[in-house]
Design a protein around this ligand. Structure first.
Ligand SMILES: NC(=O)C1=CN([C@@H]2O[C@H](COP(=O)(O)OP(=O)(O)OC[C@H]3O[C@@H](n4cnc5c(N)ncnc54)[C@H](OP(=O)(O)O)[C@@H]3O)[C@@H](O)[C@H]2O)C=CC1
Ligand SMILES: C=C(O[C@H]1[C@H](O)[C@@H](CO)O[C@H](OP(=O)(O)OP(=O)(O)OC[C@H]2O[C@@H](n3ccc(=O)[nH]c3=O)[C@H](O)[C@@H]2O)[C@@H]1NC(C)=O)C(=O)O
Length: 325
């Protein structure tokens, strides 16, 4: 449950941040449109930040005034409560980036602000002949979200023998630390794990990231794009048709959260406007935009109870719960 923020504090925030952010702070902004679930009530205050400096300034101002804040990427891994968010939502649309090849043009650093959309960077990298990001096509994420979660997908077909992680091409990133310092950190600091990094445990903000890419064969990269999109399209509900937040529950190594929900007989089960996807039991979909956050929360609890009773396993949610329900 979010803390209640006095209206005058939000007013003060608007006065303090307003000039720097060109009067772009909006009040009572509905959040559903900024999430892939298409669910969520209004934010007290909402701002689009268009550069890494603006992102840092907005976070610093919110911290100084002790206003709760949330950095929003594509809203692909969150469920926002029906009553919305009490505080400031900082919508990261800082998307400047540069491809910086070495002298021999065999490798290339990609420097990018953290609000850049992975899909855009992937397509541009492939077009320029740089390899390393193409595996992650079709996964909705900003660069900030990708680093935060250590974005991952299976290695190329036909083997698909291992999971590949964005950590493999990560060089460094600029952060605004929990202690309000701006600094450059490397992979040792980030501590990449499966769906985990230091950013799950510290309130640092990723401002920019640098990835190291290599010369790639255009045919091979294009093949990977097509095969990975086909793989996902055949197994996961399409976001454009069935809004969702991807996997709802954390991976259970060697078992599969999706398999347990499936074996509990819940595939296709509906609760209000929410449904356990008939295609993949670890994904809850918002049917024709009719689901509330409460429907989803209750369906999560139904799945947890069923799996616990049948298999004695506790499913833990993987998505973030934001705001008031
Ligand atoms: N594999 C798949 O099929 C799918 C994967 N996903 C994953 O979900 C994520 C979606 O990303 P996105 O939509 O951009 O994020 P969201 O807007 O969904 O935000 C999710 C979390 O990311 C953290 N975050 C976002 N930007 C930053 C930043 N600049 N610095 C630090 N933390 C940040 C925040 O963590 P905090 O609250 O801790 O500050 C936030 O709670 C990706 O990691 C993607 O891998 C999503 C759907 C499907
Ligand atoms: C979708 C996400 O990530 C995906 C990622 O895209 C893919 C490919 O790398 O691997 C994971 O899916 P997954 O389908 O393997 O995960 P689980 O839901 O645990 O399923 C495991 C296994 O259970 C079986 N399964 C799944 C669904 C179902 O209805 N029935 C079923 O039997 C399948 O064999 C499946 O492979 C990630 N999920 C998690 C929780 O780690 C996400 O993070 O939102």
């Amino acid at each position: 449950m979010a803390t209640t923020v006095a209206t005058h504090t939000i007013d003060e925030l608007v006065v303090r941040l307003g000039p720097a952010l060109g009067g772009r702070i909006r009040r009572a902004e509905p959040l559903a449109q900024y999430t892939t679930f298409r669910i969520g009530g209004p934010a007290d205050a909402f701002v689009d930040v268009t550069t890494a400096d603006e992102l840092a300034d907005a976070v610093l101002a919110a911290r100084a005034l002790q206003v709760p804040y949330f950095v929003l990427g594509l809203g692909a891994n969150i469920l926002v409560g029906d009553k919305g968010y009490r505080g400031l939502v900082i919508h990261n649309v800082a998307r400047r980036h540069r491809f910086l090849p070495d002298a021999a043009k065999t490798t290339c650093e990609l420097w990018t602000e953290s609000g850049a959309v992975m899909q855009d960077l992937i397509l541009e990298a492939v077009e320029r002949g740089w390899s390393g990001l193409e595996h992650y096509i079709g996964i909705p994420s900003t660069v900030g979200g990708a680093v935060w979660q250590n974005l991952h997908f299976l290695s190329p077909a036909p083997e698909r023998e291992r999971t590949m992680f964005i950590a493999e091409v990560f060089e460094r990133c600029d952060i605004l630390s929990e202690e309000n310092e701006r600094k450059t950190v490397d992979a040792d600091y980030v501590q990449f794990g499966y769906d985990d990094t230091v950013f799950h445990h510290r309130r640092d903000i990723v401002l920019t990231a640098t990835f190291r890419l290599e010369r790639g064969d255009p045919d091979r990269m294009n093949r990977i794009l097509h095969e990975n999109l086909s793989w996902r399209g055949a197994r996961h509900p399409w976001l454009q048709v069935h809004p969702s937040a991807g996997s709802i529950f954390k991976k259970i190594e060697g078992v599969g959260a999706g398999r347990l929900i499936d074996q509990a007989g819940l595939k296709g089960f509906r609760h209000g406007g929410a449904q356990i996807s008939p295609m993949h039991a670890n994904i809850i979909v918002n049917r024709a935009g009719t689901a509330t956050a409460t429907d989803v929360r209750e369906l999560i609890a139904i799945a947890q109870r069923a799996v616990e009773e049948k298999f004695g396993q506790r499913l833990e949610t993987e998505i973030g719960m934001i705001g008031e329900f």
